[in-house]
Design a protein around this ligand. Structure first.
Ligand code: PLP
Length: 383
């Protein structure tokens, strides 16, 4: 049990929202690439893919230039096209639904378990129609959804499952790694993620035909056996460059350490919020045998409290973000017909959740300072 420090620091701290964790090893690895002739399509991406598939435990891994690109390619592999429906949560990052629109199909948003923020087998089952083609379970904040019953539903209805594992590298569901359960899965390496390549992503699968397809699609539709300018299908430039891949190789060797440091920071927050009524800590389900802490998100009692907390914290040097703002409430989704009232649990979570500063390099003093400000904010609001 840890009490929030009673003696307030005299100085205001300025705490970053997130920070990449880069050491001299990463700097040297990227510098080495710059001293070769291979800045793209070279040996580094090959090694990164091999190392990554070994870490996650899938047969294949294909590097791409973002998680969003990876999700798009997975939609194409699943044959998603105009007239199809794809089930996805609205309580996610916008790419989990945009990838469906890229192929002119319809996102079908389903509500969440309010404790974890994840979609549930029940909400998915209720949303299936003859047009449903695929399901995108998102591992929200680094925690896998209840994937066994979701896979059962998918198999019964002949649907593809594409795991959006962009927030969940290293997470485990009942002892199985996130990304190994669906037909394919996508990871992302933006600088606020658990490991980074600057921009970057990875699509993983056990299917050899999809591995070939992803390699072709990311490289302008060239078939893997094609010559330089033989374009078999409509493709994209979704390639991951060698500098990013070199950074990824090193970050991956450090990943278990980075995840342990993030778990420690989450633990510091948890201990303090145990003592603070009015703040709901993240809930970890029994099926989550390993949490991969992406962000640290708390929930307040109501929307007005959460909204008032943001400027209060900002003034004291503590950035925070509503997280997530539901996708179906984003302006251009509302223009397509969705609106408030469609997904009650998602909207409640969107109204009351707040992501706090979080990274592997955060110190216990910084966590303590953030928690003090939140306590002060709650006290002031009750006055
Ligand atoms: C980060 C993230 C992505 C992909 O993001 P990119 O910035 O394109 O790499 C996709 N889905 C979720 C849920 C994410 O958090």
């Amino acid at each position: 049990m840890v009490n929030i420090t009673e003696i307030k620091p005299k100085v205001k701290m300025n705490i970053p929202m997130a920070s990449p964790d880069i050491t001299q090893i990463e700097i040297d690895a990227v510098t080495d690439v710059l001293q070769t002739r291979w800045l793209s399509i070279g040996p580094k991406i090959k090694q990164f893919e091999t190392d990554f598939s070994y870490y996650v435990g899938t047969r294949y891994a294909v590097g791409v230039n973002s998680g969003t690109s990876g999700l798009h390619l997975a939609m194409i592999a699943a044959g998603v096209s105009e007239g199809d429906e794809v089930i996805t949560p609205s309580f996610s990052f916008i790419a989990s639904a945009n990838c469906i629109l890229y192929e002119r199909a319809k996102p079908v948003f389903v509500d969440i378990d309010p404790r974890t923020g994840n979609i549930t087998p029940e909400t998915i089952e209720a949303a299936i129609t003859p047009r449903t083609k695929a399901i995108i379970p998102v591992h929200v904040f680094g925690q896998p959804p209840d994937l066994d019953p979701i896979m059962d539903i998918a198999r019964r209805h002949n649907l593809y499952v594409i795991e959006d594992s962009c927030e969940a590298i290293g997470a485990e569901y009942k002892g199985r790694a996130a990304g190994t359960i669906g037909d394919a899965a996508v990871f992302a390496f933006y600088p606020n993620k658990q490991m980074t390549t600057g921009e970057g992503g990875m699509v993983v699968t056990d299917r050899a035909d999809w591995d070939d397809l992803f390699r072709s699609l990311r490289n302008q539709g060239r078939d893997v056996f094609d010559g330089w300018l033989n374009h078999t299908r409509l493709g994209y430039n979704y390639r991951l460059d060698e500098l990013s891949a070199a950074l990824g190789i090193v970050q991956l060797t450090r990943l278990d350490d980075l995840l342990a440091k993030r778990a420690q920071v989450a633990g510091w927050y948890n201990e303090r919020f145990d003592e603070l009524p009015g703040v709901h800590k993240p809930f970890i389900a029994d099926t989550t045998t390993r949490m991969s802490w992406f962000v640290y998100v708390v929930r307040f009692e109501d929307g007005p409290t959460r909204n008032a907390m943001i400027p209060f914290l900002k003034e004291r040097g503590v950035p925070s973000r509503p997280y997530f703002t539901p996708i179906h409430l984003q302006p251009f989704y509302q223009n397509m017909g969705w609106g408030r009232g469609d997904l009650p649990e998602t909207e409640k979570a969107g109204d009351t959740s707040l992501a706090l500063p979080f990274s592997s390099v955060m110190t216990e003093e910084q966590v303590d300072y953030v928690c003090q400000q939140i306590r002060d904010g709650l006290e002031e609001m009750l006055r």
